[in-house]
Design a protein around this ligand. Structure first.
Ligand code: URP
Ligand code: ZN
Ligand code: ZN
Length: 466
């Protein structure tokens, strides 16, 4: 049987930190310890390197029809780029078409993913039209391993559901132990501000930012938390960006409720001054928009306080030509930015190296917590006996520069062009196979497999912080 021995690395999980060897047989970790006495077909010397669980990015959009176009990374290019940056599993969003069934949407997404992924993947189901028919499909999807249901409180007319539908969905998902996730911004208020700015001839990317002020996110986050409390469902807020929304999460903890929260790497590292960048602001048009430095400080603190459990990417790339669809009107710029490849390296360089995060916290928010919340733990999200051998061997001292010229994402600009980082993924294993080594992909299209997930409530180990 294929076997791998990783020797003398600094093995870091969400809770442990030790110099040890890891022995792998087939797809699984068989032993962890000092001076392991195994012979293996492949031996990797990891002295001086960090060895941690493969990253899990629970918020990506691959090959997604959106705003009149498609996100430019498909399952092959997107999951391969993810592997280059140490992310071994992603969770993509299936979007129900309003008026159609959830199963129709699942079939469409399987057509994009089956046989194409290089890295492992799973799906959230975005419910954009909750009705008596959709209601019957919730349990069926959970049985098929799709245990988290995404809702949008914005993008009216395409993806948004109202509170009537939200409460109905929450009650149904609660019945089956699943999770409701949310894009929490006030869609009506945003649409009003967009219309107002357009009528005043204010059309540059800066007005994308000014159409989604902090209050639109704080209000919707609070409303979502209140509805989740009433229905008792497990709730998770995606791409949280700001202090106001974080305060709503904090408020929920005061009544002993726990609403889980994700932020994304861009909200920790980039700020709204980029929208004033002449001619280039569209690169950072995403929803919610980038915020202020005070929001970055609040988010870093929120991670360390355990209020924010996950750092994802909301990877939703578009070529520059696609971004130009909104050259003369910010409301037509496809929303989203590319980041799937550099989440771990950015968070290590900006977080761990700058003293903002401990190494254990880094592993928690890039891998372990997502595995627990989304029902993949302990097969994924940690390094333990019996777990999938999804492993990153990381040089914490290597310096490198991010650029569109060298990245692997299918997008012709980098949102981080010229950024100098310290710390680089050297070798990445996915289920025991070397997937990437020294910048070269070693597994191909079709190696990635669909991960059938448990519900958040089906495992006592599912809750981060427990
Ligand atoms: O701008 C974004 N975030 N694009 C992707 C869709 C979404 O709202 O997550
Ligand atoms: Zn969103
Ligand atoms: Zn998204």
């Amino acid at each position: 049987m294929h076997s791998v021995l990783i020797k003398n690395g600094r093995v870091v999980t969400g809770s442990d930190d030790q110099i040890a060897d890891i022995y792998i047989e087939g797809e699984k970790i068989v032993a962890i310890g000092k001076n392991l006495p195994y012979q293996a077909s492949v031996v990797i010397d990891a002295s001086g390197k960090l060895v941690f669980p493969g990253g899990i990015d629970p918020h990506v959009h691959l090959d997604m029809p959106f705003m009149g176009t498609y996100s430019s990374d498909n399952y092959e290019t997107g999951t391969r780029a993810a592997l280059h940056g140490g992310t071994t599993t992603v969770i993509d969003f299936i979007l129900q078409t309003q008026g159609k069934s959830l199963h129709d949407a699942l079939t469409a997404w399987k057509g994009r993913s089956d046989g194409n992924a290089v890295g492992d993947y799973s799906f959230h189901m975005a419910v954009t039209d909750f009705n008596d028919q959709t209601c019957l499909e919730i349990k069926q999807l959970i049985d098929q391993g799709i245990t988290s249901f995404k809702t949008f409180m914005a993008y009216k007319g395409a993806l948004m559901i109202n509170d009537y539908q939200m409460v109905g969905l929450m009650q149904e998902v609660k019945k089956h132990g699943g999770l409701v996730t949310v894009h929490a911004t006030n869609g009506d208020m945003i649409d009003y501000l967009i219309a107002k700015h357009r009528s005043e001839g204010k059309l540059s990317p800066l007005y994308h930012y000014l159409s989604q002020p902090e209050v639109t996110e704080a209000e919707a986050s609070g409303r979502f938390a209140d509805l989740a409390e009433y229905t008792g469902v497990n709730g998770y807020i995606v791409h949280m960006t700001c202090e106001g929304a974080l305060n709503e999460i904090r408020r929920s903890t005061m009544r002993n409720q726990r609403v889980l929260a994700e932020t994304c790497i861009q909200y920790l590292t980039l700020d709204a001054s980029l929208y004033e960048n002449d001619g280039e602001g569209a690169k950072w048009v995403m929803s919610p928009p980038l915020r202020e430095k005070k929001d970055q400080a609040a988010l870093w603190a929120g991670i360390n306080q355990g209020l924010v459990q996950v750092v994802a990417t909301d990877h939703c790339p578009f070529m520059w030509q696609q971004k130009l669809m909104g050259e003369h009107d910010f409301s037509k710029i496809p929303n989203g930015h590319p980041a799937i490849e550099h989440r771990l390296e950015l968070l290590f360089s900006e977080g761990v190296n700058k003293g903002r995060l401990s190494l254990n916290k880094f592993v928690e928010v890039t891998s372990t917590n997502a595995a627990r919340i989304f029902g993949m733990y302990p097969e994924k999200g940690t390094l333990s006996i019996g777990a999938d051998a999804d492993i990153v061997i990381f040089d914490p001292t290597e310096k490198h520069t991010l650029s569109a010229k060298t990245h692997h994402m299918n997008v012709d600009y980098s949102a981080y062009e010229g950024w100098e980082l310290t710390g680089k993924c050297k070798t990445v294993l996915l289920r025991g196979q070397i997937a990437v080594h020294d910048g070269v992909a070693k597994v191909g299209k079709g190696y990635g497999k669909f991960i059938h997930r448990k519900t958040i409530e089906s495992s006592t180990t599912s809750n981060p912080n427990n």
